[in-house]
Ligand binder design. Structure first.
Ligand SMILES: Cc1cc2nc3c(=O)[nH]c(=O)nc-3n(C[C@H](O)[C@H](O)[C@H](O)COP(=O)(O)OP(=O)(O)OC[C@H]3O[C@@H](n4cnc5c(N)ncnc54)[C@H](O)[C@@H]3O)c2cc1C
Ligand code: SF4
Length: 331
């Protein structure tokens, strides 16, 4: 039995203070990931600071035309929000492709971004894992690595980030608003999650004590041409082997702007600016999409069991771009 204390934070300042003064304390929101990790003995916080009563549970319009998603709005309420469905359907689809209805009713937006990897060895405390126990070694590199990364890996860790929501947010170029002891700051989603490098135990650039207060979506939502394609081992209730969020701005058949974020392949949602730039000004053809897929996986590296992800990623990129082009024609 691991003992821990429980506190319910009355306001953001108290929540931040509780974590800042005790680096083994942890925020708890929906608890759908944290409680599992505690039950499996992967994390052992000394104190849980419940943030669910904080006033971060609203979705609001921003003056610049964007939309602010409170960190404590549930994944379900976000996906079914009228503004999100109408203006950011890519985000809605990505969220609804994840977990189950029951989990989405509990899971919060902040917690979704901060969920830990699903690497089997990370959860199995009998095996070495640099993310759980820095310096212990990585069991996945020479182990069963079917779900692991092919891009941005290091010799310390080849885990992937499991969130579907984050992949859509990467394509939409969301901004994460956080508050800590020193005040508030904004972190572009591209800088929020980290590659493993030499410190795979650190998943994000959130500083100790900082709380996510909201996720801000820019005005541009790519509602006319988008797709979220998720390939997984079964039809629901599981994580992506490879997923692609594609967002296109088009003038008839010509692509003006393309954004492509890939999930299930790296320690963070993966974007390749060179690949995206290749499509600007081009006709939306399969040949062009295949060239983009080739560019995205050019430096990909498999570890044996996950080699199939290289070819799969290319195909899912092409499929997502085709669906994004076709969506208006099919309505
Ligand atoms: C069976 C199963 C299947 C799943 N399938 C999918 C899937 O297919 N796709 C997918 O994307 N997800 C999936 N999930 C994951 C699920 O989406 C996450 O568990 C959930 O989003 C986490 O949110 P939460 O509010 O419950 O977080 P919690 O478990 O409460 O917290 C998670 C972490 O975030 C921290 N935290 C929470 N809120 C904040 C905040 N505002 N500021 C700072 N820190 C914070 C906590 O301290 C903790 O470290 C699945 C989960 C399960 C159990
Ligand atoms: S891939 Fe990362 S999380 Fe998995 S065993 Fe290796 S170090 Fe641990």
């Amino acid at each position: 039995m691991n003992r821990f204390t429980y506190t319910r934070a009355a306001d953001i300042q108290q929540a931040v203070h509780e974590i800042t003064v005790d680096d083994t304390a942890s925020f708890i929101a929906g608890g759908t990931n944290l409680i599992d990790l505690m039950k499996e003995n992967v994390v052992r916080p000394s104190r849980l600071v419940d943030i669910t009563r904080l006033p971060l549970d609203r979705i609001e319009m921003l003056d610049d035309g964007g939309l602010r998603l409170g960190a404590l709005v549930t994944n379900a309420d976000t996906a079914y929000n009228g503004h999100v469905e109408r203006r950011y359907p890519l985000l809605s689809r990505a969220i609804l492709s994840g977990a189950s209805a029951q989990l989405r009713n509990m899971a919060t937006n902040g917690g979704n971004l901060l969920q830990r990897t699903r690497c089997y060895y990370f959860y199995d405390t009998a095996t070495p894992c640099n993310k759980r126990d820095p310096g212990a070694g990585c069991s996945a590199i020479d182990g069963f690595n079917r779900i692991h990364a092919i891009l941005g890996t290091s010799d310390r860790c080849i885990a992937v980030h499991p969130s579907d929501m984050s992949v859509a947010l990467a394509a939409l170029e969301a901004v994460i608003q956080v508050t800590g002891d020193d005040g508030s700051r904004a972190i572009p989603i591209a800088d929020f999650h980290r590659l493993p490098g030499d410190t795979p135990q650190v998943d994000t650039n959130l500083a100790t004590g900082e709380i996510i207060t909201s996720i801000d979506l820019p005005a541009k939502g790519f509602a006319d041409h988008h797709a979220y394609v998720k390939v997984r081992d079964r039809a629901s209730y599981t994580f992506a082997l490879v997923s692609v969020a594609a967002a296109l701005e088009m003038d008839h058949d010509t692509i003006i702007e393309a954004r492509i974020a890939v999930g299930g392949v790296a320690h963070k949602p993966w974007r390749n600016p060179d690949a995206e730039a290749m499509l600007a000004g081009l006709q939306a053809t399969k040949d062009h999409f295949e060239a983009v897929g080739d560019t995205i996986v050019r430096h990909a590296k498999g570890f044996g069991y996950n080699d199939f992800k290289i070819a799969l990623t290319k195909r899912v990129v092409v499929r997502a771009l085709q669906q994004a082009v076709e969506m208006r024609r099919n309505e």
